[in-house]
Write a protein that binds this ligand. Structure first.
Ligand SMILES: Nc1ncnc2c1ncn2[C@@H]1O[C@H](COP(=O)(O)OP(=O)(O)O)[C@@H](O)[C@H]1O
Ligand SMILES: [Mg+2]
Length: 251
């Protein structure tokens, strides 16, 4: 099977970034480089320091788990890596992009090209079918309707749900909903998959299916994966586990 999720297109055929041409994967090289990253929120006038001089390097092709107590800043860190938010201080360089210096528009392009995000609560749109949900990220691209549909079908096939493409979310089990959400996350063939407690709402069996799927995306499709989890069995699937406590990574 091709390494590429988007029905076998090679990296050279991927749309070029605004600057710099197609992204060339380099397994083993740092793809997530965070140096002295700080993030402070304000509650009214009261500053709340959530991340404090955080250093983190993750190599391309890694599958890592991030654990830590509730409120320790795990989701905040994932959001920074995904370009959904920006650091207050320090350097967040993801797939060669200095996210702290990018405009909202540039961040949106960065996310569309590099990031697949998986949420605990799936976040599917209830009035859209499975395949329409998966197709959603492609509506922002210049792909034709036929090509979008083909890619969405490919992504559903990767997660083993091609026979559920016309089902609505409420007609699916929690585990199936999460698989649709994973198909949506991979349909743009992202460089990095970030997952925020992806098995948190699932029973053991469904959770294991999701973990096996993430492992496949890592091993077969060479996706770099960072997964926040409270589940020791989930963390065991990842090859490296990191712990966040009070805004810093424990070594
Ligand atoms: N947008 C925000 N505004 C203010 N405080 C926030 C915001 N996002 C997160 N926080 C605070 O940052 C801390 C860490 O939150 P979070 O990253 O969600 O932790 P975790 O995912 O580890 O449970 C919490 O105290 C939370 O209340
Ligand atoms: Mg969280």
């Amino acid at each position: 099977m091709s390494e590429s999720v988007d029905s076998g297109a090679s990296d050279a055929n991927k749309p070029a970034d605004q600057e710099g041409g197609p992204y060339r994967p380099e397994p083993g090289k740092p793809i997530i480089e965070m140096s002295k990253v700080g993030k402070t929120f304000f509650r009214g006038k009261e500053p709340v320091k959530v991340l404090d001089d955080l250093d983190l390097t993750i190599a391309e092709g890694a599958f890592e788990a991030l654990m830590g107590p509730s409120g320790s800043g795990k989701s905040t860190l994932l959001n920074l890596i995904a370009g959904l938010d920006q650091p207050t201080s320090g350097l967040a360089k993801i797939a060669g992009n200095d996210l702290g210096r990018m405009s909202d528009g540039e961040l949106a392009k960065f996310r569309a090209r590099h990031i697949g995000f998986i949420f605990q609560a799936y976040n599917l749109i209830p009035v859209l079918t499975a395949i329409e949900n998966v197709e959603l990220p492609l509506l922002l691209t210049s792909l034709s309707g036929a090509e979008r549909k083909k890619r969405a079908q490919t992504a559903l096939r990767v997660v083993g749900l091609e026979d559920r493409s016309s089902h609505y979310p409420r007609q699916l089990s929690g585990g199936q909903e999460q698989r649709v959400a994973i198909a949506r996350a991979i349909v743009n063939d992202p460089t990095i998959i970030v997952a925020d407690e992806p098995t948190g709402d699932l029973d053991r069996k469904s959770a294991d299916d999701i973990l096996a799927l993430l492992e496949k995306l890592n091993v077969e499709f060479k996706k770099t994966i960072l997964m926040v989890t409270h589940d020791p069995q989930a963390a065991e699937r990842a090859r490296i586990t990191r712990r966040l406590d009070k805004g810093r990574l424990a070594s």
